[in-house]
Write a protein that binds this ligand. Sequence first.
Ligand code: B12
Length: 137
Amino acid sequence: MKVVTGVVGNDIHVVANRLIDLSLRARGFEVFNLGVNTYLEEFFDAAVETGAEVLLISSLNGEAEGWGREVKALKAKYKHLDNLIMMIGGNLVVGSGNAEDIVPRYKNYGFDLVCHQVDLNTGLDTLEAFIQERNKQ
Ligand code: B12
């Protein structure tokens, strides 16, 4: 299964991105890693070009909050992305915040899976469970 990943916005935190790349590959995913400093349009363009089934966005400096609000409107401009699984994780706000508020907000932005300060393996287990469940339908 193909996954596009990267770090959204003007965010240069690269360590998690490298780990995400390695962990996805170890789980058998085909990874297209756009790296740090990636804009939403670039993620969607890459998803179209690669035919990816999953878009996994990372944010560490908290910028995702601003970008997240643009997701629905921007995605609607692309054809063939209706079935794209949208996942986001890392530090999803500036400063502290609690997942009970953050998760529904990001779901409303258009993400299927939201992992605020969730460790990577737990997040990827959740992704695999989500894919399995979807394949049953
Ligand atoms: C190293 C570091 C830097 C380095 C980055 C070097 C580099 N090229 O990567 C430098 C010094 C450059 C830096 C700069 C800045 N940083 Co900095 N940085 C850190 C630090 C100390 C460690 C980050 C790291 O690499 N951790 C190791 C990795 C493996 O862990 P991780 O990033 O947390 O990722 C894990 C999880 O989050 C998760 N994960 C990540 N993404 C995803 C996605 C999914 C889907 C899932 C499931 C899981 C997941 O998986 C990873 C493994 O479990 C953290 C503090 C900390 N202790 O975490 C601050 C931190 C991330 N930085 C922060 C800030 C504010 C900045 C600056 C804005 C500071 C400044 N005023 O200039 C700039 C931002 C520059 C920019 N344009 O982005 C804040 C962000 C706060 C927020 N969100 O509110 C933090 C949390 C520090 C703090 N406590 O305030 N930083």
